[in-house]
Design a protein around this ligand. Structure first.
Ligand SMILES: Cc1cc2nc3c(=O)[nH]c(=O)nc-3n(C[C@H](O)[C@H](O)[C@H](O)COP(=O)(O)O)c2cc1C
Length: 231
């Protein structure tokens, strides 16, 4: 009887250990999704104040930001704000051609790495593990800003989603949508006491490779985000 009880206890212990090891290593793997905290819909700074304070910042103090902050900024850029699936930024014919990647470096509770924003689920999908800010920085004209930022967002466009509907003008519409999403990021960053800059000058092929993009997504803009360094 004692032997049977001991055997059961040993089997239970081994099973719990195996499950813990499995969950630990699977959380490090690519393809895993991380649920983002819900965005808040009210803030302490008025829209007018945010607009009056908006400025491009290129030097950050390398401090950690929270996952809630990341979630808020992603939501402002391209989150769903309506039961019908409509988003925080306008889109030509609601064709929604934008995709957003995150290169995380200094985010509390999130491994450094590359993530894709799963817009409809408000989740992050892990693409790659490791601090890739130096690599991203080497691919940009504004090197220092990307190197020191807590995170960088990369806004990509999928032209086909809009071009089939609007033909020639469709390509222009996708580029215009990057402007709307990026302005939302600028203003949301102000309300969170953070800074950012729109970087349009970067090695597109290199960035695509860094993000493991193997489809038609085209990186169009990089926005490093962090606490602005006071010199
Ligand atoms: C389409 C576009 C591309 C830009 N590309 C870069 C860039 O590659 N590197 C950079 O440091 N700033 C870039 N900027 C930021 C501008 O330099 C900045 O907006 C301008 O100097 C005005 O400053 P402000 O944003 O503080 O008002 C870009 C801005 C836009 C709208």
């Amino acid at each position: 009887m004692n032997f049977l009880l001991l055997s059961i206890l040993v089997i239970c212990f081994i099973s719990v250990c195996a499950a813990a090891i499995y969950f630990y290593f699977s959380s490090k793997k690519e393809g895993i999704c991380i649920k983002l905290p819900s965005p808040f819909k009210e803030g302490n700074i008025s829209l007018e104040e945010a607009i009056s304070l908006r400025r491009s910042s290129r030097d950050f103090d390398e401090s950690f930001i929270s996952l809630k902050t990341v979630s808020q900024i992603l939501w402002a850029a391209q989150g769903v704000n309506d039961k019908g699936g409509f988003r925080t930024a306008p889109s030509a014919g609601a064709t929604y051609p934008l995709e957003i990647y995150l290169i995380a470096g200094l985010v509390s509770g999130l491994d450094a790495g590359v993530y894709k924003f799963k817009i409809k689920l408000h989740q992050l999908e892990k693409v790659k593990v490791g601090d890739l800010r130096p690599e991203l920085s080497s691919l940009c004209s504004s090197k220092i800003s990307v190197f020191n930022a807590s995170v960088s967002l990369i806004i990509c466009g999928v032209y086909e989603r809009t071009v089939w509907k609007y033909t020639d003008k469709g390509k222009m519409y996708v580029d215009m949508e990057v402007g709307s999403a990026s302005e939302n990021i600028y203003l949301q960053a102000v309300t969170l006491n953070l800074g950012t800059v729109f970087i349009g000058d970067f090695d597109e092929v290199g960035v695509k490779k860094l993000l493991n993009i193997q489809n038609e997504e085209v990186p169009l803009c990089i926005m490093p985000i962090g606490k602005v360094k006071i010199s």
